[in-house]
Every structure is written in structure tokens, then in C-alpha cells.
Write a protein that binds this ligand. Structure first.
Ligand code: SF4
Ligand code: SF4
Length: 269
């Protein structure tokens, strides 16, 4: 399985800057990230296209920055909005296509050759059809980046849908029906809209910190919760829930189940 198109800037409203550290903050809400990207864009875009100017701006932005959620994962200050309407994020304010010719990505937190060639695991682990579904359902930079980089979430949602339908689901079939695509959008948008998540906890979706500040996969403590594993739990974790009692876990599972059923209903289930 692998994706045959470029996931980072696939067009139709979707764009991503996740591997440049976009979401690596406790507060990774749309409003806060929009503000940060706008500030970085305003600080960097008008600069003379010289390494010294970009390096100085990158240093100043890094010094003024909120501490990242995972200290071991770098956050690049050259990430910004690429278009005048501020709807497209990604690689990046130092890219030759954005500067008008000179490659200034070495002034960011990685070497330019790494920026040029890096592909995240989603390129390998998502199928073409799954990635197309995410692109169509999440046609904005904030949601697209959150979903396209979470393979377990995408697969988990589709697996729940298959259980609901008691049979295989072809993502192409979801793409072909506007009401199904809208229901998928609502399901994937839980990444942004799901209520009562533990915003105080040092978690990002399925991940928490290890002792070195690296992201590490987490699980639910079923014994402490007095619960048994349920099919929705993978998605519940990917949504960033940190349930401390059975009631919270049950509500989160129900939320996921309701959204999956809504997709199934559009397919005649
Ligand atoms: S996280 Fe993946 S899809 Fe997003 S910009 Fe990086 S390589 Fe591209
Ligand atoms: S310089 Fe590299 S790490 Fe920084 S935003 Fe650009 S592509 Fe991402």
C-alpha cells in the first residue's frame, strides 16, 4: 500500500505542515495556530531574500515561541501561509517557489535537502483511495493536516464503518456520494470538534510524552476504568481523549459510534 500523489500539497484546499511542527503545542487549536502562522508569515515574508535576514528572523521567532508539547520534535519558524488568502500552509516561506528563486530552507530547523525529500509514514501506510477520501473530506489546512497524518485514525474510522455495514467499504464509493462525503467530513472533523477532551493533559491524539520528550503511543487503562476494550477505542484515543472514568469513556465511544452510523446511513445501512 502507498500513496501515488503528493500528500503535502494535494490541492483543492488541502495542505499540510505537520512534519514542520505545526501542531506540536498543547494548545493546537485552529485559532491559536492561525495566529502563529500569520505572525510567522508577517515576520518572514517581507524580508530581503538573504540567509542572514532569514536566520535572524528564525532565531527571534524561536526565542519568542511557546514551548513545544514534545521538546524532542522540532518546530520550524519558516512555516507560514503561502497564499494571499491565507488558506494554504506548508513548505514553506523558505522554499524557492515562495522566495522567488533562492532556497532559504537551511535557515529553518532542518537542512533544505531533508525538507525537500522527507515523506511521512502516511505516504506508505495509507492507500490512494484513503488519502483521496481525506483530501476530499478535509478541504482545509487545519483539519487536513490533523487527519492525513493520523493513519490509525483514518483506518480506525473505516474499520468501524465496515463493522457497521458488515462488509468492506470502498473509499471511492464514499467519494462518489455527496451526502456520504459530508458525513465522513463530520466524522473526521471530530479531530477538531469532539467535546470534553483533556486539554490540560500532555497528549496529542494517540501520543503522550516519554521521559525524553519524544511522542510515545498511549493506551487506555481498562482496569482503572473498570471497562473492557471496545472497537471504538482506537479512534477515541486518536481523538485525544484521556478518560478518567467509565462515564467519560462511554460518552466518547458513543460520540464516535453516532458519527460512524451517520456515514453508514448514507450508504443505505
Ligand atoms: S506530515 Fe506528511 S503530508 Fe504533512 S507535510 Fe509532512 S510529509 Fe507532507
Ligand atoms: S524550512 Fe523545512 S522544516 Fe522549515 S517549514 Fe520549510 S520545509 Fe518545514
Amino acid at each position: 500500500m502507498s500513496v501515488s500523489f503528493h500528500l503535502c500539497q494535494p490541492g483543492r484546499g488541502a495542505s499540510c505542515g505537520a512534519c514542520c511542527g505545526l501542531y506540536n503545542f498543547r494548545d493546537h487549536s485552529r485559532a491559536t495556530l492561525t495566529e502563529r502562522l500569520a505572525a510567522q508569515t508577517d515576520a518572514v515574508r517581507p524580508l530581503p531574500k538573504k540567509p542572514e535576514a532569514y536566520q535572524a528572523a528564525a532565531r527571534a521567532l524561536l526565542e519568542a515561541r511557546t514551548p513545544p508539547l514534545f521538546p524532542a520534535v522540532r518546530v520550524c519558524p519558516l512555516l507560514g501561509f503561502l497564499d494571499a488568502e491565507r488558506t494554504q500552509v506548508g513548505c514553506c516561506l523558505g522554499h524557492p517557489k515562495v522566495t522567488g528563486g533562492v532556497d532559504l530552507r537551511d535557515c529553518g530547523v532542518y537542512r533544505a535537502d531533508l525538507c525537500e525529500t522527507f515523506t511521512c509514514p502516511s505516504f506508505t501506510w495509507l492507500s490512494d483511495a484513503q488519502a483521496r477520501l481525506v483530501q476530499a473530506a478535509c478541504a482545509d489546512w487545519y483539519l487536513y493536516g490533523l487527519v492525513i497524518t493520523d493513519v490509525e485514525f483514518v483506518r480506525g474510522c473505516l474499520r468501524l464503518l465496515e463493522w457497521e455495514l458488515a462488509g468492506p467499504v470502498d473509499p471511492q464509493a464514499l467519494l462518489a456520494r455527496s451526502e456520504a462525503l459530508e458525513a465522513v467530513r463530520q466524522l473526521f472533523a471530530l479531530k477538531e470538534t469532539a467535546p470534553d477532551r483533556a486539554t490540560h493533559a500532555a497528549v496529542f491524539g494517540r501520543f503522550t510524552q516519554d521521559t525524553e520528550g519524544e511522542p510515545v503511543s498511549r493506551t487506555l487503562d481498562y482496569a482503572a476504568l473498570g471497562a473492557r476494550a471496545a472497537p471504538e477505542d482506537e479512534v477515541v484515543l486518536c481523538l485525544g481523549y484521556v478518560p478518567t472514568d467509565l462515564e467519560t469513556l462511554t460518552r466518547a465511544r458513543e460520540l464516535v459510534r453516532t458519527h460512524v452510523r451517520a456515514v453508514a446511513l448514507t450508504l443505505g445501512a
